[in-house]
Design a protein around this ligand. Structure first.
Ligand code: FAD
Ligand code: EPU
Length: 339
């Protein structure tokens, strides 16, 4: 356990935004978390913010409270049945390391989620997703500690109310629970999911003749590396906005004006339209104002080229949001957590 006062959060967020925290406390066990919370200094210290890898946050101001950085580690197989392997991971484990562990051991289900930055604890909170798979597809249960009531509760898949980048932890119970561990249900028999995006094309390019979860993981890593900026080089938090679910009537109007508009089925009333396309059509792709910008290879990713402030990135996102609304009548929703 470590508690530091008046500390810069710049090394702790993938946007590389400079902002100060009044306190930053790290913990490796629930007992350490309880010790921090029991400290008289923090009993009155509000608000509290739970930090993982900092890869989906935008800091727009200093944080005058207690940042709780979850560093609970450990990966273990806790159960198995005829078809499944149950892998439990501490919330502070790096997500991609967990994916690599599962891929190496032949546990299938996570390979399409390779190379997503951040930690295990945020994976159900965000219901992370990529290349046709979401965490909800492999989620078994999570243990979470209630900050006020000081008890640990188990969450099943139904309790989590997962949606597209949504869960109870993001809204209903926002800031209430610290996720401690997550258990994933993986498959012994490998079922491959290669239908999404450019996976098939990439596998062909790689010369893969026999499909495997290792090959899919590698293909996903290659695709992601070719179009997403590496936060160690250019600050970013991945997709800044969600892909909007557009009412079918509005979509048909848009399609008559823009016959090439890309779209994906969503439900009987809605169509999913890539926000990256909408943003590119408004002329933002590659735009830069000071050190805040819209990435040249993926318009959905806002970037910090060096010394942009959180407000500059936020203001740029607001300009983008307004221009998409004016041109297409579609209101984008931010995916990144604004602090
Ligand atoms: P943080 O940024 O630290 O926190 C995010 C939110 O979760 C905060 O509200 C925080 O309070 C909360 N939180 C974190 N840990 C806990 C915990 N233990 N208990 C309770 N609440 C917690 N996401 C995708 O879904 N798909 C992608 O393909 C994808 N690609 C990305 C590519 C890049 C280059 C980057 C930078 C990001 C990408 N992301 C993607 C976003 C990001 O990786 C995920 O949202 C990730 O799950 C965030 O994890 P984190 O540990 O960094 O969370
Ligand atoms: N597009 C453009 N211009 C752009 C970017 C995209 O026209 O600059 C259009 C293209 O038609 C392209 C389509 O958008 O085919 C989809 O683009 P891409 O495959 O890059 O995926 P995305 O919809 O932009 C989503 C997720 C990503 C995830 C990928 C792959 C959201 C908000 N984003 O991006 O998740 O990795 O699919 O599954 O759903 C994240 O959440 O941070 C993230 C990176």
């Amino acid at each position: 356990m470590q508690i530091r006062e008046n500390i810069s959060l710049q090394p702790y967020n993938s946007f590389g935004i400079y902002a100060m925290a009044k306190y930053l406390a790290t913990f490796k066990t629930v007992a350490e978390l309880e010790e921090i919370l029991g400290n008289p200094k923090f009993k009155i210290q509000n608000p509290k913010f739970i930090l993982g890898g900092g890869s989906n946050i935008l800091l727009t101001q200093d944080f005058d409270g207690l940042v709780l950085k979850n560093e609970i580690g450990g990966i273990e197989v806790v159960n198995e049945d005829a078809e499944h392997i149950y892998v439990k991971a501490g919330a502070g484990e790096n997500w991609h390391n967990l994916v690599m562990y599962c891929v190496e051991n032949g546990f299938a289900g996570m390979e399409n989620l390779s190379l997503i930055p951040g930690n295990v604890g945020a994976s159900p909170m965000q219901n992370i997703g990529a290349y046709g798979v979401e965490v909800k597809d492999i989620f078994h249960e999570a243990e979470a500690y209630h900050l006020k009531d000081k008890h640990t509760r188990k969450f099943t898949v139904n309790d989590c109310e997962f949606g597209y980048r949504e869960s109870v932890f993001k809204h209903k119970y926002k800031g209430e629970f610290v996720i401690i561990s997550v258990t994933y249900r993986l498959h012994k028999k490998h079922v491959f999911n290669t239908s999404y995006g450019a996976i098939q094309q990439e596998l062909e390019k790689m010369g893969v003749t026999e499909l495997s979860i290792k090959a899919i993981s590698r293909a996903v890593i290659n695709i992601r590396s070719s179009k997403l900026p590496d936060p160690r080089v250019i600050g970013n938090a991945g997709s800044f906005f969600k892909n909007p679910q557009v009412d079918k009537k509005l979509f048909e109007q848009l399609q008559s004006q823009h016959p090439n508009i890309p779209h994906f089925p969503f439900d009987s009333m809605h169509v999913k339209v890539p926000a990256g396309w909408l943003i590119e059509q408004c002329g933002w792709k590659g735009y830069r104002k000071g050190d805040a910008g819209c990435y040249s290879k993926q318009a959905l990713v806002l970037v910090n080229y060096g010394n942009a402030s959180g407000s500059e990135i936020y203001n740029l996102s607001e300009e983008i949001l307004q221009s998409v609304k004016n041109k297409f009548g579609i209101e984008l929703e931010r995916e990144v957590n604004i602090i």
